[in-house]
Design a protein around this ligand. Sequence first.
Ligand SMILES: Cc1cc2nc3c(=O)[nH]c(=O)nc-3n(C[C@H](O)[C@H](O)[C@H](O)COP(=O)(O)O)c2cc1C
Length: 205
Amino acid sequence: MSSPINADTLLELVKNRRTYYPLSKELPISNERVQEIVKTALQHVPSSFNSQSNRVVVLFGAEHEKLWDFTTEVLKTIVPAESWESTGGRMAMFKAAAGSVLFYEDEAVVKGMQEKFAIYADNFPIWAHHSVAMLQHTVWMALEAEGLGANLQHYNPLADAKIAEEWKIPATWKLTAQLVFGGKTGPAGDKTFVPVEDIFKAYGA
Ligand SMILES: Cc1cc2nc3c(=O)[nH]c(=O)nc-3n(C[C@H](O)[C@H](O)[C@H](O)COP(=O)(O)O)c2cc1C
């Protein structure tokens, strides 16, 4: 029996996910729906040995704005004044979006796995990175599927301490990325592709 959903449905979503900036505060879906999407992805994305090391914090509205204010404050202390215009402009652009998804890895889980399965000790931190990357992609793709735009940022660890203090983040949670989301204000930029023949091999088909 053929299923109404096949790989093409998913691959369309994979192809449609793009980087969008700038973003607006107008979301085509409710904040509750955003949370539902993130929670479902968080629970179902795989992790090594089902260790479930991923953690997420979603910031909306004024809380999201605070995140970019904190990051701006730290950047101001390290970016030379002559380069500030471009950095400050980027911060204002992120702040103008609707929200941010903060992706964390729980190092306590990773450490627990290393102790439990010493033979794979070196791999658990790497596998935790793989799992959180899978989660980032899934959330990004799912938000795009509902008409939102998003872009992935890596301003950690600049404001990690301030963020942890503000939103009561456990000490073992390590920030890995920030997905800024909002309403699309224009098309995604052009994208080029390496020829697939250069990067793919198959044998025995
Ligand atoms: C691991 C990873 C790190 C990235 N880091 C950043 C980043 O720090 N800032 C940013 O604006 N985009 C970042 N991006 C977005 C990429 O530049 C973007 O995905 C790529 O150019 C392809 O464009 P697309 O997202 O429209 O398909 C990152 C993407 C990945 C997968």
